[in-house]
Design a protein around this ligand. Structure first.
Ligand code: ZN
Ligand code: ZN
Length: 123
């Protein structure tokens, strides 16, 4: 079982499925949203995501009209994103996971933004 929370702990969740695929995304939107070189995401089924606490602390931000980025209003931790045209899938931000096994990233996205000095072993 996977559990996680935002930095301040207002938002806590559990994922009732194993996570098999994790992705590093280097796109400019993810970099700005995370303030980081890349985002570490995993697609999960929406029905297996269970919010334990903090529904009132979650805020959705639409940078593009079809994609919501969902974060904690208090501490700004990104929790997940989802696309309006793929409503059954959430893209969990794996940096918020505090318990459970996570797989090494097997997929890289927007690698044209990946700096040469960052060497990531992939398949
Ligand atoms: Zn928080
Ligand atoms: Zn991205």
């Amino acid at each position: 079982m996977i559990r996680g929370q935002c930095l301040c702990g207002a938002v806590q969740y559990q994922v009732n499925q194993t996570i098999e695929l994790s992705i590093l995304c280097f796109c400019q939107d993810c970099r700005q949203a995370q303030g980081s070189m890349f985002a570490w995401n995993s697609p999960i089924q929406k029905h297996s995501f269970q919010l334990l606490k903090g529904a009132e602390s979650l805020k959705e931000y639409f940078h593009s009209s079809h994609k919501a980025r969902v974060f904690c209003m208090n501490c700004a931790s990104p929790i997940y994103s989802y696309r309006l045209d793929l409503p059954d899938i959430l893209r969990l931000r794996l940096g918020t996971v505090t318990q459970g096994d996570l797989p090494a990233p097997v997929e890289l996205a927007y690698t044209e933004n990946q700096p040469d000095y960052l060497c990531i072993v992939s398949e």
